[in-house]
Design a protein around this ligand. Structure first.
Ligand SMILES: [Zn+2]
Length: 337
């Protein structure tokens, strides 16, 4: 793990502070949990830079490598936890994504760790497929890092092309949908846990009265969970159109192979054409027409039943294998191991 003091990234940190909060550049919308976000005020960051700019830059040890990509840390303030804990966290998160994609989709990422006093993982931001910034509290436990979703969510932003503002739902939706998927596939969370979360949250993404489709109606629910619902339906559609031989991972790998990652700006037309080409289906085109260009509601209770997801009174779910789409559900979220 390469470590640099803030002085090595003066321009970067200053630029970050000026861009403002938001997962994907400066979109200014809250994270999928709806929890309040925080960001380092520009003045504080600038003061920090001014104080530290005179300190010499230490020699850089070799970077941490995961899935073919190099990861480096920059500290904004004191390191909040021992570096070994951060390394393990990055290694696990990047490993889960690399397993899903076949390799990590960008060659390197620089991760700025902003310290705070309260333990836990806080707000995350992503820029241009190159930089992440995540707030970490002093004394954050190993268990907290193991359960964390923020690092995976932000890293996933680096893996998908930037789009015009009106299509941001597609970027936020993908991170929101894939984060529990890659964690379940890698054994970091259980399969029933993922489906119980979706039963609890996915309804937030359904269109309300007067909705005009994901490309036009940009409420919090539609951007994060409407976007997630789009990718859930796309994953299902690809599997149904390909007799369960292909899934969303194949579409996304095709997009990465064509150069589509967080370092470039694409159109949704490119995403759809390249993704569908990779799976030999019309799944993305079909689901986009239904849900982005029109309100395209999804009857979720019926969908859970078809997938063999049976909600229980305590909020958990029971997964049954004799439902019509149980095989598709397994292919989506079951750990191959
Ligand atoms: Zn995000």
């Amino acid at each position: 793990m390469s470590r640099r003091s803030l002085s090595g990234a003066t321009g970067l940190v200053f630029a970050l502070a000026l861009v403002g909060p938001g997962c994907v550049r400066s979109n200014g919308v809250p994270n999928p949990s709806g929890a309040a976000q925080e960001s380092a005020p520009a003045a504080a960051a600038a003061k920090q830079v001014a104080e530290e700019v005179a300190s010499p830059e230490p020699a850089e040890p070799p970077a941490l490598s995961v899935g073919g990509a190099a990861f480096t840390f920059v500290y904004d303030g004191e390191a909040p936890v021992p570096e070994a804990a951060l390394t393990e966290w990055v290694q696990r998160s990047a490993g889960l994504i690399s397993d899903y994609y076949g390799a990590f989709p960008v060659p390197d990422l620089e991760i700025t760790i902003t310290s705070r006093s309260r333990a836990g993982v806080g707000f995350g931001q992503h820029w241009d497929g190159k930089w992440l910034r995540i707030t970490v509290g002093e004394g954050t436990s190993r268990e907290t890092f193991e359960r964390d979703w923020v690092m995976v969510h932000e890293m996933l932003h680096a893996c998908f092309p930037d789009l015009k503002r009106r299509h941001r739902w597609m970027q936020e939706g993908l991170s929101t949908y894939l984060e529990p998927v890659v964690r379940a596939r890698g054994g970091n969370v259980s399969e029933p846990w993922v489906w119980s979360k979706w039963v609890r949250m996915m309804h937030n993404g359904r269109p309300g009265p007067g909705d005009r489709g994901l490309d036009i109606t940009h409420t919090w629910g539609r951007v994060y969970w409407g976007g997630a619902l789009f990718w859930l339906m796309a994953d299902l559609e690809i599997r149904q159109q390909s007799n369960n031989t292909k899934g969303l991972e194949h579409a996304l790998r095709g997009i990465v192979e064509a150069g589509g990652n967080g370092r470039v700006t694409w159109t949704t037309k490119q995403v759809i054409e390249v993704g569908d080409e990779a799976t030999g289906t019309t799944a993305l085109r079909d689901v986009y027409a239904r849900m982005a260009e029109a309100p395209g509601d999804v009857e979720l209770d019926a969908l859970w039943a078809k997938l063999g997801v049976i909600p229980q009174e305590d909020g958990s779910v029971k997964l049954v294998d004799d439902a019509p789409l149980a095989g598709v559900r397994e292919a989506m979220t079951r750990s191959p191991g």
